[in-house]
Design a protein around this ligand. Structure first.
Ligand code: 2HA
Ligand code: ZN
Length: 267
C-alpha cells in the first residue's frame, strides 16, 4: 500500500511536485534526468509513518546537518526523469527520513528509489532554511533555457545588472520576484562548493539563484511557488532575447516605472 493512502495532505504535496515536474518537461527545462525537486514534508509525518520500517540501510549524507534531526523529505530519484515523475511521483522519487545522528537517512516509501545525487546539497539548503526560521519548504533545481543562456555572458553574471534587466522587461517580474536573482559562478554539479555558494546567495537575500552555465536553484513555501518564480524570470529573459533577436536592445521599463511598481505593490 502506498504511503499516500489515507494521507490527503501528503498526497496533495507530492502530487504538486508531479504537476511541476510535468511543467518542467513541457517547458523543455528538464532534458533527460535534469533538475531536482526536494520537499520538506516533516509537518505531514504522522505517528504511523514514524513507525514504518525502512526500505534501505542507513545511507550516508556525507555531511552532518543538525537541524534535520527527525525531518522527512520527498526527493526525486537519481537518474529519474521529470516526465516520468510527472506520471508517477512515487516511482520517480521517494520519501526519506533523517536519522537521529543527522548524518544518515533511510528510504521509507513507496519503493527503494535511491534519491538524487544532489540530495546532500538540497538537504544542506533545507538545514539552512530551518536555521533561519524560513517558511520555505520546497527546493527546485532546473535548466530554464533562456536564463541559462544569459549566464553565458559575463555582463549578466552581475546580480544587480541581471536583476535590473529582468525586472525591467515586464512589470510583473518585480512584483512576483521581489528579491531578484543571485549569481553563483560555475562550479562542478553536486559539489559541496556549489551547495555552499548557493547558501551564501540565499544569505544575501535571494530565493532564486542562477548557477552559471548550468541552471537555476529556487526555494519557496511550496514547489508551485518556486516554479512560478523561475517561470516569471525566464519569461523576462525570453522577452529580452526576443528583442535582441529582432535586432535591438530592449528599452526596458524606466526607473520611474519600476519605482511606481515598488510603491504600488509595497515591495
Ligand atoms: O540531477 O540537473 O545538476 C540533475 C541535475 C544536476
Ligand atoms: Zn542541473
Amino acid at each position: 500500500m502506498s504511503i499516500l493512502s489515507g494521507r490527503e495532505a501528503l498526497r496533495a504535496d507530492i502530487y504538486s511536485a508531479a504537476e511541476v515536474a510535468g511543467y518542467l518537461w513541457q517547458k523543455g527545462w528538464a532534458e533527460r534526468n535534469g533538475g531536482n525537486i526536494v520537499l520538506n514534508i516533516t509537518e505531514l509525518a504522522d505517528e504511523r509513518m514514524r513507525a514504518m520500517p525502512a526500505l534501505s540501510e542507513p545511507i550516508s549524507i556525507g555531511l552532518e546537518l543538525p537541524l534535520l534531526k527527525g525531518c522527512w523529505f520527498y526527493c526525486k530519484g537519481t537518474q529519474k526523469r521529470m516526465r516520468d515523475l510527472a506520471r508517477d511521483p512515487m516511482a520517480g522519487g521517494s520519501v526519506i527520513r533523517i536519522l537521529p545522528d543527522c548524518r544518515h537517512y533511510e528510504i521509507v516509501a513507496d519503493y527503494p528509489v535511491m534519491p538524487t545525487s544532489e540530495l546532500p546539497s538540497h538537504l544542506a539548503v533545507h538545514n539552512y532554511l530551518i536555521a533561519k526560521g524560513s517558511v520555505c519548504r520546497a527546493s527546485l533545481h532546473t535548466h530554464p533555457t533562456e536564463l541559462v543562456a544569459l549566464t553565458h555572458s559575463g555582463k549578466w553574471l552581475d546580480e544587480k545588472a541581471a536583476t535590473k534587466m529582468l525586472w525591467s522587461m515586464i512589470p510583473e517580474t518585480r512584483a512576483f520576484c521581489p528579491h531578484g536573482v543571485g549569481m553563483v559562478p560555475y562550479m562542478l554539479p553536486s559539489s559541496t562548493a556549489l551547495a555552499e555558494a548557493t547558501i551564501a546567495a540565499l544569505e544575501r537575500g535571494f530565493d532564486v539563484v542562477m548557477w552559471e552555465k548550468h541552471g537555476v536553484f529556487a526555494v519557496d513555501t511550496d514547489i508551485m511557488s518556486a516554479f512560478d518564480q523561475v517561470d516569471v524570470l525566464n519569461k523576462a529573459a525570453q522577452i529580452y532575447i526576443a528583442a535582441r533577436g529582432m535586432g535591438f536592445e530592449p528599452e526596458g521599463l524606466s526607473e520611474e516605472q519600476m519605482e511606481e511598481m515598488k510603491v504600488e505593490f509595497k515591495l
